[in-house]
Design a protein around this ligand. Structure first.
Ligand code: GLP
Length: 249
């Protein structure tokens, strides 16, 4: 389950090749995408893959994991803005190919049920990319979220608001709520790769390794899925026992 690479750049290179191969083998792939600083090198490496030039992206569909409530798509900290800036605009995907929850929803409950339904109707996620929060959240599924949850509105925990506050000018500007794919939506994906890099994720990975599937540690839901890989750099893997690790050359 835990794969260790020499550096975040090595993860980005491997994972971007894997994603591209996935798209080339199945041009109508439905990808579940993630945001956060961990994903930035992955998307940057994907855009540099030489094979991207002759890859047909016209039938690709993407669904993002989550979005803050209250930030317009033009806000630099919205996940909509992030995705356009780091990936979509350079890939040249059409608006109808990419999907994020609408953080300016007036009827957010309908927005949530429509989002899960749209993914299911499209045929389900082929490949889900995940980061992880320091409290073990995946998407914005905070500790205590039931494993059978679908897309829903979340009140962000103070830990998450403080973690993500580094991207905002002041804590007052950090949204209090978000929309996230549910844990069941994530587990419905055919294949999942979670990436964690840096010393600040080491204890989270240690807890993930040692905790059986438990809603208080949302990432442990992945232990219920048959096709999950967790990509770590040496810093994030530093508190795991050697026998738990597969080292990738
Ligand atoms: C946010 C996102 C998560 C992401 C997490 C980690 O809370 N909702 O999807 O995994 O941040 O972010 P980073 O990669 O910046 O550590």
């Amino acid at each position: 389950m835990f794969y260790v690479f020499s550096s975040p750049a090595a993860i980005a290179e491997h994972l971007s090749q894997q994603l591209l191969e996935h798209i080339r083998n199945k041009p109508d792939s439905i990808l579940g995408l993630a945001t956060g600083s961990t994903m930035e090198p992955v998307y940057a490496a994907l855009l540099k893959q030489p094979a991207l030039q002759d890859t047909d992206l016209s039938r690709l569909t993407t669904y993002n994991l989550d979005e803050y409530i209250g930030l317009p798509a033009s806000h630099p900290q919205s996940y909509n803005y992030y995705m356009h800036h780091h990936l979509f605009d350079t890939l040249g995907l059409k608006a109808e190919q990419t999907h994020l929850p609408n953080g300016l929803c007036s009827d957010c409950n309908s927005e949530c049920s429509d989002y899960s339904a749209a993914i299911a109707e499209a045929g389900g996620l082929d490949f889900q990319l995940l980061g992880v929060g320091s409290n073990g959240h995946i998407g914005f599924n905070e500790p205590g979220t039931p494993f059978d949850s679908r897309t829903h509105v979340v009140k962000l925990s103070e830990t998450t608001r403080i973690d993500n506050g580094r991207f905002f000018d002041s804590m007052d500007e950090v949204p209090t709520h978000a929309i996230t794919l549910g844990i069941q939506d994530i587990l419905d994906a055919k294949e999942i790769v979670l990436v964690a890099t840096g010393e600040h994720k080491a204890e989270t990975m240690n807890l993930l390794y040692r905790t059986p599937a438990d809603p208080q540690m949302p990432a442990t839901a992945l232990k219920l899925h048959p096709n999950v890989r967790i990509y770590l750099d040496p810093a994030a893997a530093s508190r795991l026992p050697q026998e738990a690790l597969y080292h990738v050359e």
